[in-house]
Design a protein around this ligand. Structure first.
Ligand code: ADE
Length: 360
C-alpha cells in the first residue's frame, strides 16, 4: 500500500527551512547541547526551557564538567524544571561517558540508548540530529501529526500503534533524518497543535492531510488510557440441598451490583477445607464438595477472578433464600458475573462486556 507520509517529506522540509525557531540548542549540532535540551524538553515546554538551558550550558559547558558537578549544585540548576531524576540521570550518564569512553559522546542509536535516562525517543533525536543516523524520534507531537495526516483513529497510547507509525516514518525518512524529525516536532509544537488549537490554515501539509480533508483534526489523535482495575479473587458457593434447591442472598442496596441476588461468595481462593469450615460456620452440614469451574468478570473498575464449587448440604441454613433453579432463573436478578456457576444452561451467555447492561 502507498505510504501517505511520502508526500509530506518535501513540503515539511521546505517549511522547516524557513519557519524553524532560532533556539539556542540549534546553534550547532553538538551532541552535548542536543542531549541536554532534549532531556529538558521531555516534560517542559520550549519557552520555559530556553533560560534553563542557557544557564546550564554556561555553568556546565561539557560532559566532563557535568560529570564532576556536586549534586546540590546540579539540582539548583534544575530547580523549577521538576522531575529531578532527569538531572541525576544526566550526571550519571556523563560519569559513564568519562569512565568508559574517555569523555567521548556515544555516536550511535544503540550506544546512546544504553545511557541512563535516554529512551528510544531521545536516542533517536540525538542520533539523527547529530550523527545523521536514519532513525526516527517519535514523541507525542509526532504521533499527533502522523495520526492526522493519515487520518488514523488508532489509539496512539498502544505500543503496537506507535510501532506502526514509527515504521511508516522509517520508510520515508530522507537523508537528513535529523531535520525531518525536528521538523515534525516543530510542526506539532507550533502549528499542528492539540485539539481545536490546530492551526490548519497555516499548515504546509494541509493538502496532504486526511484529518484536514475530513474536518476531524480536533478529534485526533485518539488517546485512550487503560483504566486501572483492581483484581479480586473470589470463591463462589453453589450451595445445594439434596432436593436441588440453591442458596441465594440479596446484595446490599448500595455499591457494586446493588440489590441483586447472588450465589454466596467470599474474597480469596479458599481451599476445600476452608470451604467446608465456611459452610459449617453458616450453620450447614456439608455432604460433599466439588470444584465446578473458574470464571472471570471484568467490571469498569474491578476484575473478579472466581473459582466456583458445588457444595451439597444436608441442613440448609436460614441466612439464605433456598430456591429452585427455575425460580432462580425466572424470579431473581442474578448478576452476569455469577451466571457461569448457576445450575442452568446459560442461554444468555457472554456476548461481550456489559452485554447485560450492568454497568459497574
Ligand atoms: N521538542 C523536543 N525536541 C525538539 C527539537 N529538537 N525540535 C523541536 N521541538 C522539539
Amino acid at each position: 500500500m502507498e505510504n501517505q507520509l511520502q508526500k509530506i517529506v518535501n513540503p515539511l522540509l521546505a517549511w522547516y527551512d524557513t519557519h524553524r525557531r532560532a533556539l539556542p540548542w540549534r546553534i550547532d549540532r553538538d551532541p552535548y547541547h542536543v542531549w541536554v535540551s532534549e532531556i529538558m524538553l521531555q516534560q517542559t515546554r520550549v519557552e520555559a526551557v530556553v533560560k534553563y538551558y542557557t544557564r546550564f550550558i554556561r555553568t556546565l559547558p561539557d560532559v566532563r564538567s557535568l560529570s564532576e558537578v556536586p549534586e546540590d549544585r546540579l539540582l539548583k540548576l534544575w530547580e523549577g524544571l521538576g522531575y529531578y531524576s532527569r538531572a541525576r540521570n544526566l550526571k550519571k550518564a556523563a560519569e559513564m561517558m568519562v569512565r568508559d569512553g574517555g569523555g567521548v559522546f556515544p555516536d550511535t542509536f544503540d550506544s546512546l540508548r544504553k545511557l541512563p535516562g535516554v529512551g528510544e525517543y531521545t536516542a533517536g533525536a540525538i542520533a539523527s540530529i547529530c550523527f545523521h543516523e536514519k532513525v526516527t524520534a517519535v514523541d507525542g507531537n509526532v504521533l499527533r501529526v502522523v495520526s492526522r495526516v493519515t487520518g488514523s483513529r488508532e489509539n496512539v497510547l498502544l505500543p503496537a500503534v506507535r510501532r506502526r507509525m514509527e515504521s511508516l516514518l522509517l520508510q520515508v525518512l530522507p537523508d537528513d533524518a535529523g531535520s525531518f524529525n525536528e521538523a515534525l516536532m516543530e510542526l506539532g509544537e507550533t502549528v499542528c497543535l492539540p485539539g481545536s488549537a490546530a492551526q490548519c490554515g497555516e499548515c504546509p501539509l494541509r493538502g496532504n492531510c486526511t484529518a484536514f480533508r475530513d474536518g476531524i483534526a480536533a478529534e485526533l489523535p485518539v488517546r485512550v488510557k487503560k483504566t486501572q482495575r483492581r483484581q479480586e479473587q473470589r470463591t463462589v458457593f453453589l450451595l445445594m440441598t439434596e432436593d436441588g434447591r440453591i442458596a441465594v442472598e440479596k446484595r446490599p442496596d448500595t455499591g457494586l451490583l446493588a440489590g441483586m441476588y447472588q450465589l454466596p461468595n467470599v474474597e480469596g481462593f479458599l481451599t476445600e477445607e476452608e470451604i467446608r469450615v465456611a459452610a459449617e460456620t453458616w450453620g450447614m452440614q456439608v455432604l460433599d464438595i466439588a470444584f465446578l469451574k473458574e470464571a472471570r468478570h471484568v467490571f469498569t473498575h474491578l476484575d473478579w477472578l472466581m473459582k466456583g464449587y458445588r457444595v451439597r448440604v444436608a441442613r440448609p441454613a436460614g441466612a439464605f433464600l433456598w430456591v429452585t433453579p427455575a425460580q432462580l432463573r425466572e424470579q431473581y436478578a442474578l448478576p452476569t458475573a455469577l451466571k457461569p456457576f448457576a445450575p442452568f444452561p446459560t442461554a444468555w451467555k457472554k456476548r461481550g462486556r456489559h452485554s447485560s447492561g450492568e454497568q459497574e
